[in-house]
Design a protein around this ligand. Structure first.
Ligand SMILES: *Cc1c(COP(=O)(O)O)cnc(C)c1O
Length: 304
């Protein structure tokens, strides 16, 4: 049966109370599964269920060579009895990096395509060529966001969290997780997405995801672009120092692509009185820790 049916209970831990009496707690969804970590667990849950229901035995998805989504999908597929295929952007580099080696070890077939082909991955010609090669498959989009993923992300928060907190802060890539959180809150509290990307198209994307779950009328959310540190997979010394200090001070590991930027943003917003006095903030740790090894290999062991 599906391993992702078990619903974990995660009690937020308190990070800080600042002078305005603002409390910041962290919800550790990185602990939900050893490898299908954080938001990816929630985003895959109903996709796996749907694939099984519809009789598929193969999952196919897309991602970059360091993708948390590829890593998580490989393990989730294996544990749920699916064959998996990862269409990877760019040429094969040997030896395989940590992410792809682990995906392959868990049975994922890696299919490399040029960056140009990757851009055209949504065309019917490309889909057809994949079907000819691999047979019929259930398609999980890049980053894993679709209606089933948003439905899964709604389960990150439960009523106990919703009653207790005034603000909910989450890292944003495609915005699917943020949409699930907004949808679940259904107008309660205030949601702040911290973008890991430079692009300001996310506002529109999240609106579209909300439309998919008939929640486009909700307006209690915003996205900040103040903490992308140069863009996706880019970093600055300040961010690395923050991540390393956070681990020393709190004993909690953050990743440099998403959760480090998100948590940096939360602390900075708290210091700059973005949150009302006496309010309670729930920051959401969406996982992604598998990416640290690849990041350190590329940039010379910055994260301790
Ligand atoms: C994929 C990922 C995100 C982004 O999630 P979206 O739903 O695409 O916005 C955030 N944090 C981590 C750790 C991730 O791996």
């Amino acid at each position: 049966m599906l391993t992702l049916q078990h619903k974990p209970t995660l009690d937020p831990i308190q990070i800080e109370v600042n002078p305005n009496n603002v409390t910041v707690d962290l919800l550790r969804t990185d602990r939900v599964h050893e490898h299908v970590s954080g938001n990816k667990w929630y985003k895959l849950k109903y996709n796996l269920a749907k694939a099984k229901e519809e009789g598929f035995d193969t999952l196919l998805t897309f991602g970059g060579a360091f993708s948390n989504h590829i890593y998580a999908t490989a393990v989730a597929a294996k544990e749920s009895g699916f064959r998996s295929i990862g269409v990877i952007r760019g040429e094969e580099v040997l030896p395989l990096n940590h992410t792809l080696r682990f995906a392959a070890y868990n049975g994922m077939d890696l299919h490399y395509v040029s960056r140009e082909q990757y851009r055209n991955r949504h065309t019917s010609d490309f889909m057809q060529s994949l079907k000819e090669r691999y047979g019929d498959f259930y398609l999980v989009p890049e980053g894993g966001t679709n209606q089933s993923a948003i439905r899964g992300a709604e389960e990150i928060l439960d009523e106990k969290h919703i009653k207790k907190y005034d603000y909910f802060v989450c890292a944003v890539g495609t915005g699917g997780t943020l949409a699930g959180i907004i949808s679940k809150l259904n107008g309660r509290g205030e949601v702040i997405g911290v973008s890991s990307l430079k692009g300001d198209f996310l506002q529109k994307d999240v609106k579209n995801w909300l439309k998919l779950v008939k929640k486009e009328h909700l307006t209690n959310w915003s996205i900040t672009y103040n903490y992308h540190f140069g863009g996706y997979a880019k970093h600055k010394r300040e961010l690395i120092a923050f991540i390393n200090n956070f681990k020393i001070d709190q004993g909690i590991v953050l990743d440099p692509i998403y959760t480090g930027k998100m948590m940096y943003g939360v602390m900075d917003m708290a210091a700059n009185e973005r949150f009302k006095p006496d309010s309670k903030v729930l920051a959401i740790h969406t996982g992604g820790l598998q990416g640290i090894e690849g990041f350190n290999k590329r940039f010379g062991g910055l994260i301790r």
